[in-house]
Ligand binder design. Structure first.
Ligand SMILES: [Zn+2]
Length: 289
């Protein structure tokens, strides 16, 4: 027996169930989103105008790589290093072939992999910006992501422009096995050279930044700053609890907890991120050679 029965059967069906809705029906799907923070319904246009931050509770929704670059750089920036494609070195298949996953992700995001490099101006500073795309296989780092970031680092070093990386990643890309793990060492080496050249590097950690990305370039900035409430960690909480056989504290692996424990330099809400970076770059001058 059902607990609810509609008494009047003559309601107008929407267009989604196949029957013609007539002129009176307005398609509203996709105009509203439910906030994951305060559970309130927000108008999508209002959310987008506020850089995908909930106007009611300040919950930070994810931003795509392209939106991130648009939010930070002045118009007229240039996308660079866009031609790289993964070759699927292990010919890997889990529930579906890795080649197929790549194709689907490329079609849905319009990107060749989970990263976009750009050069342009952040306020009055010429910078190299590398932004990760979480919608592309969880922002995982394979050979293409690793190489693209390494090229951004080299570009920053050779052009003596500060480097900003916006991390959003589930970690190394398991479909590329050891090739993905190698990227950690490659990028870290390039960053050491950048440090020797005394060119500043700022990493912005967004929700989520985990695994091999946290364990390499995301924690190697001259400044490591995060967005509020971002999940940042290496292994997941369940794995850690089972390993150390202890209950983890409240708020573990969130940016606020990491700031308190000294792992981060600052937490900056997204609407203030650009002005914060401009001021940080005023301070971290690139010395002349
Ligand atoms: Zn909210």
């Amino acid at each position: 027996m059902s607990w609810f029965k509609r008494e009047d059967a003559d309601f107008e069906p929407g267009p989604s169930n196949g029957s013609s809705g007539g002129e009176k029906t307005v398609r509203t799907e996709g105009l509203w989103v439910k906030c994951l923070g305060c559970r309130q319904t927000i108008w999508k246009a209002e959310l987008e105008a506020n850089l995908n931050v909930c106007p009611k509770c300040q919950h930070h929704f994810k931003l795509s790589a392209r939106q991130r670059i648009d939010s930070l750089l002045e118009p007229g920036y240039e996308l660079v290093d866009t031609g790289l494609r993964s070759t699927d070195p292990l010919n890997f298949t889990d529930v579906k072939p890795y080649k197929q996953r790549l194709r689907t992700a490329q079609e849905s995001t319009g990107l060749s992999d989970a990263i976009l490099n750009a050069t342009g101006c952040l306020g009055r500073h010429e910078v190299v910006l590398s932004a990760m795309e979480y919608a592309f296989i969880g922002g995982s780092m394979g050979a293409v992501v690793g190489e693209t970031i390494a090229r951004a680092v080299d570009r920053a070093r050779l052009g003596r422009k500060p480097l900003i990386v916006v991390a959003a990643s589930g970690g190394a890309r398991m479909m590329e096995g050891v090739v993905s793990l190698m990227q950690m060492a490659k990028i870290s080496t390039a960053l050491a050279q950048l440090d020797d050249a005394r060119v500043p590097y700022i990493c912005v950690l967004t929700d989520p930044t985990t695994g091999g990305v946290t364990a390499s370039f995301a924690m190697l900035g001259d400044l490591n700053i995060a967005e509020p409430g971002a999940l940042i960690g290496f292994a997941g909480p369940r794995v850690i609890e089972q390993t150390i056989r202890q209950k983890l504290p409240e708020g573990f692996q969130r940016s606020e907890f990491l700031l308190e424990k000294g792992f981060l330099d600052a937490i900056v809400p997204r609407p203030r991120l650009k002005s914060y970076l401009v001021r940080a770059l005023d301070f971290l001058k690139v010395p002349a050679v």
